[in-house]
Write a protein that binds this ligand. Structure first.
Ligand SMILES: Cc1cc2nc3c(=O)[nH]c(=O)nc-3n(C[C@H](O)[C@H](O)[C@H](O)COP(=O)(O)O)c2cc1C
Length: 333
């Protein structure tokens, strides 16, 4: 079987195994739309606070809306109280997500001090009750869409417990487990230990999606081959590089791929800006786009001077003019 293949997540049949990971502050619906265009098979919102959602659904709305092209997509919730998670999941009904994901990996102090995110891995039985509650909400309000869980390897190197946590999550009804194979203590430093992904994929009855250090199509091919995981989650490797889905698919299916050239990267960056402007208005979109454009132009000839100018651009027209100017200076042929 090709390494590019469908993944069955409970009742959900996903046509391929290249997923966009949630990345807070980056994977909003404008970016997710571009990733789908470029071949992402499954996308998910960034983490959304269950407490905040219950307090003010309207405020959380922009984070939860799907783009026109996303199908299937998931919404990720975080929280530490099963009842609150049940109520929050119930409120997702108007968005018709194809899956609900539970965040058990976020290392950020603001989240872990509430007992949520990766702190849930220190309380596996609570994690189990949370999964149960969200599965119940899915049955009651969301037509039983699958509930999935995204976790780390453990809290720190002395408490690697992904297997216990994943087993409990699956017993409570989780239909897929994503594993970012770093500990909470590691944050985003060091290496993701893919042996953990291999171990989990060989032991769980449900599909495992692997995460950590996927920066190229070759990385994804290696993770699928070395770990036997069902799917891969692109995170930092997709930022400014939504093309990674198409190039990886091509590598897996044909053994080769053509990387996008500088002009294509700039044009896609400008489309990204337009999509952001549709959601947030031109001013906010231009500000937001600065960080993205830095990623789009990384490693590009003439990228550094272009970035220096782009971080001052305040209108779409200014972005366009700077990109045109950069293109004119590019060596072709
Ligand atoms: C800035 C940033 C924000 C993130 N936000 C989320 C999030 O909202 N939910 C989540 O489950 N993981 C989140 N992650 C973790 C990623 O989904 C992924 O598991 C991690 O970055 C490892 O993959 P990588 O090494 O390929 O980037 C975030 C990571 C980064 C760098």
């Amino acid at each position: 079987m090709s390494r590019y293949h469908p993944v069955v997540i409970g009742s959900l049949h996903v046509p391929g195994n290249l997923f966009l990971a949630p990345v807070a502050g980056y994977t909003d619906r404008a970016f997710r739309a571009l990733c789908v265009e470029q071949g992402a098979d499954f996308t998910c919102t960034e983490l959304i606070s269950a407490e905040a959602l219950i307090r003010n659904r309207v405020k959380a709305e922009p984070l939860m809306r799907r783009s026109d092209t996303e199908d299937p997509y998931g919404i990720q919730l975080f929280g530490a109280d099963p009842e609150v998670m049940y109520q929050a999941a119930a409120l997702l009904a108007p968005y018709h997500p194809e899956a609900v994901d539970i965040n058990c990996g976020c290392p950020v102090p603001k989240v872990v001090k509430t007992g949520a995110g990766s702190a849930l891995m220190r309380q596996p039985s609570l994690l189990g009750r949370i999964v149960e509650a969200v599965v119940r909400a899915s049955r009651d309000y969301l037509q039983s869409v699958p509930v999935t869980v995204k976790m780390r390897s453990g809290w720190d190197s002395a408490s690697i417990n992904y297997h216990t946590c994943a087993r409990i999550a699956v017993e409570a009804g989780a239909a897929l487990v994503s594993l970012h194979a770093r500990t909470r203590a590691q944050g985003y430093a060091g290496k993701s230990d893919w042996l953990h992904i291999r171990d989990l994929a060989s032991r769980l009855a449900v599909p495992v999606a692997g995460s950590g250090d996927l920066f190229s199509p070759e990385d994804a091919e290696a993770m699928l081959r070395e770990t036997g995981c069902a799917g891969v989650l692109f995170a930092r490797g997709a930022l400014g590089n939504p093309f990674i889905f198409g190039t990886t698919r091509s590598l897996l299916l044909t053994g080769s791929y053509t990387p996008p050239d500088a002009a294509e990267r700039l044009h896609t960056g400008l489309r990204h800006l337009q999509l952001l402007a549709q959601d947030w208005g031109e001013k906010t979109a231009c500000l937001e786009m600065r960080k993205h454009f830095c990623a789009y132009t990384k490693g590009m000839p003439g990228g550094a001077p272009l970035r220096n100018k782009l971080v001052h651009a305040e209108t779409i027209e200014e972005y366009r003019a700077l990109c045109r100017e950069a293109e004119d200076l590019m060596p072709y042929g």
